[in-house]
Write a protein that binds this ligand. Structure first.
Ligand SMILES: NC(=O)c1ccc[n+]([C@@H]2O[C@H](COP(=O)([O-])OP(=O)(O)OC[C@H]3O[C@@H](n4cnc5c(N)ncnc54)[C@H](O)[C@@H]3O)[C@@H](O)[C@H]2O)c1
Length: 484
């Protein structure tokens, strides 16, 4: 039976949590008295379904079931994890915790609060030890960070359980050592926001110029190395000490406005809103969300290829789920091995998926299969691998930006050394391309083909036998240019 999470408050953030749990196979019950809540959640879910699968190199888990509960008590019943995401008002959050703990005093309750400390959230609670901060970032279904903040009375075993659950849904729980207002990330962002307000107010830069200053330069550095690692590199070979000696003293000038905040006069608000309209008013918020999501997917995929930063979290998430996939017995049908999405960089001048990406999609499918039979990265590190000896691509349709593709694999034949496969890349169940490949099991050190070990054959040959009864695809054995 699927595990159940309850989400209390289904706005921007609650909807994002619901999507993340659902797409990772959990059932989710949401309670939100707003009659528009279900529509809003479905919109977030649609965005998540279009983006999250593109980060995974494994078949997605079967999506969990979403229920809109009539009462808070119905929502939390039987839940293993509860995430509170109601509006940022302390007395409202207290009321919600009191209601939850009337029926589930011992269940984990994470709060999405951006600003309140866990000890503030816990005031007057029936069981304060189970309430903690789990502060996510929008869009919750794509960004891995959740700041987990306990207080002095938190149950630390419960916190560890919560962190495990967050990892299971692909997040990165950052355990914050001391509770402070706004935790770590929002404290930092507030300082940046304050400076940006001054820059606009003083007429130094427009909203657009400030955004360019971030996204054309240091924002790209922060996204992959953060602050300290970036500065370490800036210090050159002498490293961090040198950097601090060189740039430390300028903090005393100072360049910034310290903690003064410009007054939110009507004039300032109009100035900023007007500049923002001029900058981005040509897009709807939904369009901006989709642009943001597909850019994030592209960044995250690049980081995943490099096993770095947030990309490492994606790899670890695949690794965790791979065990579950590898335990499923082979079905008597081509195996669904990869789900992909056509990303901006995959498109050629015609607006179609470019040729080389079909080979990439095929490799993603074949690699998933090789991992499935045990020829994974550890196996490669041991000096053995499967190499592709021959490929034949046949194009049968077109894929466009954003299309979701599935890669299935049929084993045509296999023996100790050879693996002959047929990969079908499909869109909405229709084949857009097929790739027939011959792979050889190789001893990489010796540089020659060699028999695969028994452990791999024990996984491969039963699949080959099961697939021997499947109809042979027409494209198998085709020569280039042969008439249909
Ligand atoms: N927006 C962000 O970028 C962001 C990021 C991280 C954390 N947060 C935090 O997440 C929380 C929610 O923020 P949001 O941006 O999703 O706000 P939101 O206004 O979009 O959503 C809040 C939802 O709570 C619902 N609600 C109000 N009272 C309720 C009750 N008694 N029971 C159940 N639902 C109730 C509202 O109907 C609304 O749908 C806040 O604590 C906020 O600080 C927000």
């Amino acid at each position: 039976m699927a595990r159940k999470a309850a989400i209390i408050g289904g706005g921007v953030i609650g909807g994002g949590w619901a999507a993340r749990f659902l797409l990772n196979g959990w059932d989710v019950a949401v309670f939100d008295p707003d009659p528009q809540a279900e529509r809003k959640i479905q919109e977030v879910l649609a965005n998540a379904r279009a983006a999250l699968p593109a980060l995974s190199d494994l078949p997605m888990m079967a999506e969990g079931v979403l229920t809109m509960a009539d009462t808070l008590t119905d929502a939390v019943e039987g839940a293993e994890y509860i995430q509170e995401s109601v509006s940022e008002r302390l007395e409202l959050k207290h009321r919600v915790f009191a209601q939850i703990q009337q029926s589930c005093p011992d269940t984990l309750i994470g709060s999405s609060t951006s600003g309140f400390k866990p000890s503030e959230l816990q005031q007057n609670a029936a069981n304060p030890a189970m309430i903690f901060v789990a502060h996510p970032f929008n869009p919750v279904y794509l960004l891995p960070l959740a700041e987990v903040v306990p207080s002095a009375v938190s149950d630390l075993d419960a916190i560890e359980r919560a962190k495990d659950i967050l990892r299971e849904i692909g997040m990165f729980p950052l355990h914050v050592r001391k509770e402070i207002d706004a935790h770590v990330a929002d404290r930092f962002l507030e300082a940046v926001w304050r400076e940006a307000l001054w820059l606009v107010k003083d007429g130094v830069a427009t909203t657009e110029e400030i955004d360019e200053a971030i996204r054309m330069g240091f924002g790209l550095r922060w996204g992959q190395m953060g602050l300290f690692e970036t500065y370490r590199v800036a210090g050159g070979e002498a490293g961090m000490k040198h950097f601090m000696a060189q740039f430390g003293p300028c903090l005393e000038w100072p360049w910034t406005k310290l903690t003064d905040v410009p007054e939110f006069t009507e004039e300032l608000v109009d100035l900023i809103a007007g500049q923002s309209d001029a900058q981005s008013g040509q897009y709807s918020i939904r369009e901006l969300e989709r642009i943001r999501d597909s850019n994030l997917v592209g960044f995250l995929r690049a980081l995943k290829d490099r096993d770095w930063g947030a990309g490492r979290v994606l790899r670890e998430h695949d690794e965790r789920r791979r065990v579950a996939v590898a335990d499923t017995p082979p079905a008597g049908a081509p195996l669904v091995m990869a789900h992909m999405q056509v990303l901006p960089g995959w498109i050629d001048y015609n607006g179609h998926m470019t040729e080389s990406r079909y080979l990439y999609a095929s490799s993603e499918t074949t690699d998933a299969f090789l991992r499935y039979i045990g020829a994974d990265m550890d196996y490669v590190a041991s000096g053995y691998s499967y190499y592709t000896a021959e490929s034949h691509i046949m194009h049968r349709g077109e894929a466009k930006l954003g299309d979701r593709l599935t890669g299935t694999l049929q084993v045509l034949s296999a023996d100790e050394k050879r693996l002959h496969v047929f990969v079908s890349i499909q869109k909405d169940g229709q084949e857009v391309a097929s790739i027939e490949q011959m792979l050889l099991h190789v001893d990489m050190k010796a540089g020659r083909a060699t028999a695969a070990p028994q452990a791999i054959l024990d996984r491969l040959l039963p699949i080959a036998n099961a697939h021997a009864d499947l109809p042979r695809p027409k494209a198998v054995g085709r020569a280039t240019g042969q008439r249909k």
